[in-house]
Design a protein around this ligand. Structure first.
Ligand SMILES: [Zn+2]
Length: 214
């Protein structure tokens, strides 16, 4: 199955039919603590030597602080520049500020091949913008919550060729991740009638600029 986004040993991954793709990036929560110049140099070397490597999870965040710090914006923009330079897909984080994230990525359309809007749970108003920037939307296990009425309404409106399933699992055993994926997929397909093969082909488009790996 396809898991558009999960973490293992502090790194970010996506999987398609058993093949895993790794992503490198500075999460907005760590933006204030990093040596940006050193990290960018390290990522540039990694991306240069590994054509199967994407960029992420990067973005902006208002979960921990109501204001988006200038450090967050600087770290985000520098990594978008790098992804554009290397032509790699990007996994985005935008908790409570998806409108800002859409604005920030718009200038990169055509230079960054595709975006994953991971954990996207805002109103449907941004869906056309997400399609325009060649974005995909990761539906997560929040859809299993019977009280998440608004989220389920949003999921129903995601264009089927933009929909992915993600666990956002953190160091989960593969069997547990598979179980979450299966449940999340079952609920999502009940709401949208999306098929597994549609999700696989969406994933293939998202990572199409990456070389096959491992
Ligand atoms: Zn994540």
């Amino acid at each position: 199955m396809t898991d558009a986004h999960f973490h293992r040993s502090g790194e970010t991954f996506a999987s398609l039919n058993g093949t895993e793709y790794r992503f490198c990036g500075i999460h907005p929560w760590n933006a204030a603590a990093v040596d940006l110049t050193a990290d960018l140099a390290r990522f540039r070397t990694m991306l240069g030597t590994d054509p199967s490597l994407g960029v992420g999870e990067i973005g902006l965040d208002r979960l921990k602080d109501r204001n988006i710090s200038s450090a967050q914006r600087e770290v985000f923009t520098a990594q978008l520049d790098l992804a554009a330079e290397m032509g790699r897909p990007v996994v985005l984080h935008g908790a409570k500020c998806w409108g800002e994230v859409v604005k920030a990525v718009r200038p990169y359309v055509g230079r960054i091949p595709a975006f994953l809007f991971h954990g996207f749970s805002r109103s449907d108003g941004l869906l056309p913008d997400i399609v325009e920037v060649n974005g995909f939307i990761g539906v997560g296990k929040a859809v299993l919550n019977d009280h998440a009425v608004n989220y389920r309404e949003l999921v129903k409106k995601i264009p089927l060729d933009r929909l992915l399933i993600e666990t956002d699992g953190e160091d989960l055993p593969d069997a547990d991740r598979s179980a979450i994926l299966a449940e999340t997929f079952a609920k999502t397909s009940e709401l949208t009638s999306v098929t597994e093969s549609q999700i696989d082909s969406n994933m293939a488009v998202f990572i199409s600029s990456l070389a096959m790996c491992r």
